[in-house]
Design a protein around this ligand. Structure first.
Ligand code: G3P
Ligand code: CA
Length: 269
């Protein structure tokens, strides 16, 4: 199926819907997951953080302000940090109206709700641990939810799940706690650091403006944590020319807010 090639090496890159198909539906919501599914996109990317009472929710910013109505519902609780609100408080928020009236009433999903929708849609998940320095122990907690939801069986870890973070410490923690899971390190580390990183990660996932064909080839020359060539998933690519350039560099995955457009660009239409 289109978009199913991410992570399998060779061929055109896999396509990943960034925060879901977030150009067309409010980011990091179940609506954005469903939009990606409607477009035939198998992989979705999300961002996971923790509430004040220890629940895991899907949200990019550390503050609720940009993508919810927290400012109106909870006036005065500036700066509306995710970590300062309970799960019940966040569940009351509207995470869709800011994007457009058609999405009024869309909620901030918990990680459990998100995993169930991805599974229901037969999709795959690139899970980002966002700002883990704010949430000590979040890696273990995410792994427990993944286990409880049935995402750590052989089929899921082989084909349907990658966990990534900008924090090398967080990626290392995931690998140490659950070595079967494929992992990615976000950013563009110097190649000299890759011998260390390759012990606990399978991917290096850089911003598209920071890479070259030489960089991608150099990453591929390393063997990752699961004994295969390390991969590169690049972000956030939202136009055809950049998508073709990234594909030309040999990347394994392209992460996009407009995954349909990128798929057409790299696979041909
Ligand atoms: O998946 C890569 C990309 O999401 C990293 O940046 O800020 O969108 O989480 P950001
Ligand atoms: Ca992200």
């Amino acid at each position: 199926a289109p978009g199913a090639r991410a992570g399998d090496g060779g061929g055109p890159p896999g396509i990943v819907a960034h925060r879901g198909a977030s150009a067309y539906a409010p980011e990091n919501t179940l609506a954005a997951v469903d939009k990606a599914a409607q477009l035939g996109i198998r992989w979705v990317e999300n961002d996971v953080q923790r509430t004040r009472d220890g629940a895991l929710v899907v949200m990019h910013d550390e503050s609720l302000e940009r993508t919810t109505d927290a400012e109106e519902v909870y006036p005065g609780r500036v700066p509306w940090k995710v970590k300062d609100f309970t799960a019940a408080e966040i569940a009351r928020l509207d995470a869709g109206s800011w994007f457009g009236p058609a999405y009024a009433g869309v909620r901030v999903p918990t990680l459990e709700q998100y995993l169930r929708r991805v599974e229901h849609n037969h999709q795959r998940l690139l899970l980002e641990i966002k700002s883990p320095e704010l949430y000590p122990g979040i890696e273990q907690q995410i792994l427990k939810v993944l286990a409880d939801e049935g995402w750590l069986d052989r089929g899921h870890v082989a084909d349907e799940l990658i966990v990534q973070s900008f924090s090398a410490d967080s990626v290392r923690a995931v690998h140490d706690l659950a070595p079967a899971i494929r992992t990615g390190l976000l950013g563009t580390p110097p190649l000299a650091d890759l011998p260390a990183y390759s012990g606990f990660t399978d991917q290096i996932n850089p911003s598209h403006g920071t890479i070259s064909a030489a960089y991608v080839a150099a990453v591929h020359a390393f063997t990752g944590a699961h004994g295969r060539a390390m991969e590169v998933f690049t972000w956030t690519v939202d136009d055809a020319a950049t998508a073709r350039q990234a594909a030309g560099y040999g990347v394994d995955g392209v992460i996009s807010n407009r995954p349909d457009l990128v798929e057409d660009a790299v696979l041909g239409d």
